[in-house]
Design a protein around this ligand. Structure first.
Ligand code: SAM
Length: 443
């Protein structure tokens, strides 16, 4: 096989990362945007020793799970790479991907817990601005480029987020606000972040390429006058050449300091820089699943490692003897401490720092709940777990590949993975969240 060849292939399943996988003369062929059961005519774009990749030229036979994507930007944007599958097929594919990664009959892999709202769920969005024919546009970057797709309505975002961003573009255009040019590193307005809570209240953060924000004042006045759901406006200063949207410093320019969010009966504060789960309905289910997997913890000291704004710590505190939270983002820890105070919770302590630096200092831990970022656990943490022989671990992961890597390393120290629950936090996309229950052998 060589680049440029046109072949027909039947898609058997979806591989980790979201691409369809079929076989052609025993060679694995990956096909983006395909659905299991599709028969597709593809053009080969690369050939390696053990596999090839090809792009769909024509769908010869449609899978029964294939649907017409509801988003008009689907072909350009690339963010929702599962939107051409019906929701049941998306969930089945996610379960299958996790099973294929784990490849161990002894581990129970449960069916993926689906989301009631598979659209309009994404309560935090950051969009870059751009210009096209002198018109201000915003959206997401076109697949594998830094070119902004001009988008007025992203259907996985809440309607209010779309409305706010449309209004910002309209006002910014009238007020001749300049837009950041990545290549020249010039222009003022870089991105906007909108966070929305269950009550449909919004926080808007303008990310600017300047240390002076005053030019935003008339825009904010017009925006907040016309959209009453906006409860808080911040500016974030980001004057360096970087792909990271938010700058280090933020300043409140209008309204409240926080948004409040209700989760399982507790009120949590959300600040501009704090991590907060992006699909709220599923978050409650995720957290309840964690509580179920923990079982009876009334005599247990628990560590909530990577605790964010202290959501899981707070929920566990009701049942546990004591809970420690470790989190490196200061504003998140501040939010967590205030939540504990406001809810009169006495049996929690939040520590600002890196998990890898702090975990071994806590000597009385019975159980650990990990919820790390995509890169998973630092190898030094695995070594501490090996030495300390923690009886139970709950591991929440937004990247099953690093989750499996860490599980394999823990197995060398006598831990076993008992069960895994995929939870669909990110409908329409190939992203998968899993919760694993891990325990020490013979305990
Ligand atoms: C996936 S979030 C989980 C937050 C929280 N459990 C929740 O459900 O909202 C991961 C968190 O880990 C924090 N973080 C990333 N690396 C860290 C590290 N090395 N040590 C401590 N916290 C870290 C991030 O700031 C973020 O708040």
């Amino acid at each position: 096989m060589k680049k440029g060849d046109i072949i027909n292939v039947k898609i058997d399943k979806i591989a980790f990362g979201g691409e369809g996988l079929g076989f052609y003369e025993n060679l694995a062929v990956f096909v983006p945007m395909s659905v299991p059961g599709d028969i597709v005519k593809i053009k080969i774009i690369s050939v390696k020793k053990n596999y090839a990749r090809g792009l769909i030229e024509e769908i010869l036979e449609k899978s029964s799970g294939r649907i017409e994507p509801r988003c008009k930007y689907f072909n350009k944007c690339g963010g929702c790479n599962f939107m051409m599958m019906d929701y049941k097929t998306q969930l089945d594919c996610k379960t299958d991907i996790v099973k294929n990664l784990i490849r161990d009959e002894k581990v129970i892999v449960n069916k993926t817990l689906g989301s009631k709202n598979s659209y309009n769920y994404r309560n935090k969005v950051i969009q870059p601005f751009g210009t096209k024919n002198h018109k201000i546009i915003s959206g997401f970057y076109m697949k594998k480029t830094h070119e902004v797709v001009d988008m007025d309505n992203c259907i996985i975002q809440p309607k209010i987020s779309n409305k706010i961003i449309r209004k910002i573009k309209e006002i910014a255009q009238k007020q001749s606000i300049t837009i950041y040019n990545e290549k020249k590193h010039s222009g003022f307005l870089r991105n906007v972040m909108v966070r929305v809570n269950k009550k449909n209240e919004a926080m808007v953060v303008f990310i600017i390429n300047s240390n002076k924000y005053e030019v935003l004042n008339p825009l904010i006045k017009k925006l907040t006058d016309s959209i009453k759901e906006i409860k808080s406006v911040y500016v974030s200063f980001n004057t360096i050449k970087t792909n990271v949207a938010l700058g280090k410093k933020v300043k409140r320019l209008y309204g409240e300091y926080f948004l409040y969010e209700d989760i399982c009966g507790y009120k949590f504060r959300i600040s501009p820089k704090s991590f907060f789960q992006i699909n709220l309905f599923q978050t409650e289910r995720l957290y309840n699943l964690v509580l179920d997997l923990l079982g009876d913890i009334k005599n247990k000291n628990i560590l909530d490692a990577y605790s964010g704004t202290g959501t899981i710590s707070t929920l566990m505190s009701k049942r546990a003897k004591f809970v420690y939270g470790i989190e490196m983002v200061e504003s998140s820890v501040k939010d967590a401490k205030l939540t504990a105070k406001e809810n009169s919770i006495k049996n929690v302590e939040f520590i600002t720092g890196k998990v890898e630096d702090e975990i071994d200092k806590l000597k009385d831990i019975d159980i650990v709940v990990f919820d790390p970022p995509r890169k998973g656990l630092d190898s030094s943490i695995i070594k501490v777990l090996g030495k300390r022989k923690i009886e139970n671990i709950i591991y929440i992961s937004c990247d099953p590949s690093t989750f499996i890597r860490d599980v394999k390393l823990l197995e060398e120290y006598g831990y076993i993975l008992e069960e895994v629950h995929p939870v669909d936090m990110f409908p329409q996309t190939s992203h998968i969240e899993v919760v694993g229950k891990i325990r020490l052998k013979n305990v």
